[in-house]
Design a protein around this ligand. Structure first.
Ligand SMILES: [Mg+2]
Length: 511
């Protein structure tokens, strides 16, 4: 089963991961929060932490923790809703720097990517060099990259370099925060051995339980157990894969672009839906969820897809391609309803799905993971949910001021919402390049106060060749710039203004 070419002889794959990305962007944007605990995530009752700053982690706060628990552990932190447009803008700069190193850049999220250095301009040099020279070159490239990122964004990144994606990712984890770790080819088993089984990709809590019951706790245990035992425990394909990883074998290529991307949601019903109106109401709910995911990922799409599974399990899909990409809920809902009204539902419908395809950049799997977190972040909005079978309601006209949101005041200039309640909103007036600013309070409907787009983290960031996103006019130009709003990256009123097909962007909380 084994062949020799499964680990490169050079540590030419790097994994870059921004440090505490969402929280770090917030601290860079808001001088009064620097050095203080900052927690970004869903602020509603069932919200979860997306990212905690290192100051907050000292109190035990971490990603995916319920927000209520985070508030108990670290009551004095700044609790902020996410600003996905701001994160996307920083991500574009970072991904642009990575693409200077190689065309083979595989983003895993907004702040994380693999890069295959052998496919880039340094590939020929690496191929010629002896191991020691090649390692020095990889280290120099990675340190330059980290310095460039810090210069262009003010943020720190960690980089792992190794002969495989598996080891590069483990190396970047070891490098955190603000570091660089290179794992030499040949060291894989020594590095992996003592790690818990969960360190391997594809081993989640359920698999971990199975392995633990068999007495397998570390990666070395897996390697010693051997392929046959792992196949017996986990099944053929999973067992073989886990065994290969446990001995450091990973030949997954860095893949720059993937085709056929879509965002979709679906629901199976306990009782078949037999009534057309009911089907259309479900389509509305699904379309709204789909749009939230699409927006959370900063995407737009051109083709709307409806999936229907009928009472007899026959499944059909219908699609309609629009003239241009959209993330507009009304357009997507209307198109999905039109498709649904053309389908024969006699006998009943077991399952409905709504999707949008013809997107670019990120894999479907990533989009879903990101969107689930984003949905959690959007929970405080009265947005329709899967359980809500009523008609989709328009977002109320009442202004929402979300903690962390960018605003502009006619007299006091740019600032951000520190909090709001009982008809008042508190704004701190500061910018990424100012000192800590002063706080002022206004009526929530003060006409001088407007939502604003995020400011660049560096004042001159509009100049570099990757800095066009800062120009403030909507990037790719497919969407009207006037629609772009700073905000909470999802429910209701927040819009990404740059929905062109090649703009990078999806949101994932970082470590
Ligand atoms: Mg990260």
């Amino acid at each position: 089963m084994r062949h020799d070419r499964q680990v490169r002889s050079l540590p030419s794959i790097i994994h870059l991961d921004m440090d505490a990305f969402f929280a770090a962007v917030e601290q860079a944007a808001k001088p009064s929060l620097r050095g203080k605990p900052v927690i970004v995530g869903g602020l509603g009752g069932r919200g979860v932490v997306s990212t905690a700053s290192y100051e907050a982690r000292r109190f035990g706060v971490h990603s995916a923790m319920p927000m209520a628990q985070a508030r108990r552990l670290c009551p004095n932190a700044a609790f902020l809703a996410g600003r996905f447009e701001a994160y996307r803008q920083v991500s574009e700069i970072v991904m642009g720097l990575l693409r200077e190193l190689s065309p083979l850049v595989q983003p895993l999220s907004l702040d994380e990517a693999f890069v295959d250095l052998e496919a880039g301009p340094y590939g020929p040099v690496l191929a010629e060099a002896d191991l020691a020279t090649a390692e020095r070159l990889v280290v120099a490239l990675a340190e330059d990259l980290r310095a460039d990122i810090e210069r262009r964004t003010g943020l720190t990144a960690s980089v792992g370099a190794a002969g495989s994606k598996l080891m590069a990712k483990i190396a970047s984890e070891q490098a955190k925060p603000d570091g660089l770790v290179l794992i030499e080819p040949g060291e894989e088993r020594a590095v992996l051995g003592p790690m818990p089984v969960r360190a391997l990709p594809g081993i989640g809590p359920a698999t971990e339980q199975v392995l633990r019951r068999a007495g397998l706790n570390t990666v070395a245990d897996l390697a010693e157990a051997g392929e046959a035992e792992l196949v017996q425990l986990l099944g053929r394909s999973h067992g073989v894969g886990v065994h290969q990883m446990s001995i450091g074998l990973d030949d997954r290529p860095v893949v720059a672009d993937q085709d056929a991307k879509s965002v979709s949601v679906e629901d199976t019903f306990e009782v078949d839906l037999a009534d057309r109106e009911r089907v259309l109401r479900e389509v509305d709910v699904l379309a709204a969820r789909c749009v939230r995911r699409l927006r959370a990922a900063g995407r737009s799409g051109r083709t709307v897809v409806l999936k229907v599974r009928r009472f007899d399990f026959s499944t059909l899909t219908r699609s309609e391609t629009l003239r241009g990409p959209t993330d507009d809920e009304a357009v997507i809902t209307e198109t999905a309803r039109r498709l649904a009204s053309q389908v024969d539902i006699t006998g009943g419908v077991r399952l409905l799905g709504v999707g949008v395809s013809q997107l670019a950049d990120y894999t479907q799997e990533d989009l879903f993971a990101q969107a689930e977190r984003e949905e959690a972040a959007a929970e405080q909005h009265p947005a329709p949910t899967g359980e809500d079978h009523g008609p989709v309601e328009e977002e109320a006209v009442v202004r929402h001021w979300l903690p962390g949101q960018d605003v502009h005041h006619d007299e006091f200039g740019p600032g951000w919402v520190q909090g709001s309640g009982v008809g008042r909103v508190t704004v701190r007036f500061e910018t990424p390049w100012s000192g800590p600013g002063r706080v002022r309070t206004f009526a929530v409907d003060d006409p001088a106060l407007e939502p604003a787009r995020p400011l660049p983290l560096r004042r001159d960031a509009g100049r570099g060749e990757h800095g066009d996103a800062w120009a403030g006019d909507g990037g790719a130009g497919d969407a009207p710039a006037g629609d772009a709003r700073a905000g909470d990256g999802g429910a209701g009123d927040a819009r990404a203004g740059d929905g062109g097909p090649e703009d990078g962007g999806a949101a994932e909380p970082g470590e």
